[in-house]
Design a protein around this ligand. Sequence first.
Ligand code: SAM
Length: 230
Amino acid sequence: MTQSTADEKAIVQNYFNTTGFDRWRRIYGTDQVSKVQADIRMGHQQTIDTVLAWLKADGSLKGKLICDAGCGVGSLSIPLAALGARVYASDISEKMVAEARDRAAAQLNGHHELILSVSDLEALRGQYHIVICLDVLIHYPDSQMARMLAHLSSLAMERLIVSFAPKTPKYTLLKKIGEFFPGASKTTRAYLHSEELIVGILRDLGWRIERNAMTKTRFYFSRLLEAVRA
Ligand code: SAM
């Protein structure tokens, strides 16, 4: 890892352990939030629901080994564990993982298999049937995509599911406008990525895109790709 990559990660990690933790814990929760945050909450839930629908459509998840890289507060990991998957969820932020642990304890009983740990996704090891990385790549620039996707790919035996904020003229403008809003100080760096770039990297790594979905609400936009071994 270069020094600039390490610095970039330290900034993201610090954000999700401080102001970002408070912001995203609320967005990914059920308490009353601002209109913008409620819109982001709804969009994010749609992304989670799409992933769950894709996985359920392909049969039982019982015993499937799933890696949820950058799991946040467990919004996807917890329902996956409830469906019988063996979930290895991790996040670079200790605070997010602690919150995920609390939520898992409240929502799951002891029969479910959800192992939570603090880790940079590029430090993860092992082999999983399915590797999922939702709304994490947005925090890193294009220059890091090939390396991060190659690492996620090396962990996945059957499927890789990733989401990113697509770079289109409309979203580029929306992001510029967003940066002028006062709430922007509570956000962290966000990068848009072209679909061609992400799909091209996945193809070069030996993956074929099986499913593709776009979630868009007023303030949340996320392109979701499911790749299978070509
Ligand atoms: N994937 C979760 C979801 O969709 O509910 C959380 C999405 S949240 C916007 C982004 C998460 O990515 C944060 O919890 C953050 O700490 C985590 N993250 C950022 N960079 C990471 C990295 N290099 N490795 C692991 N987690 C990371």
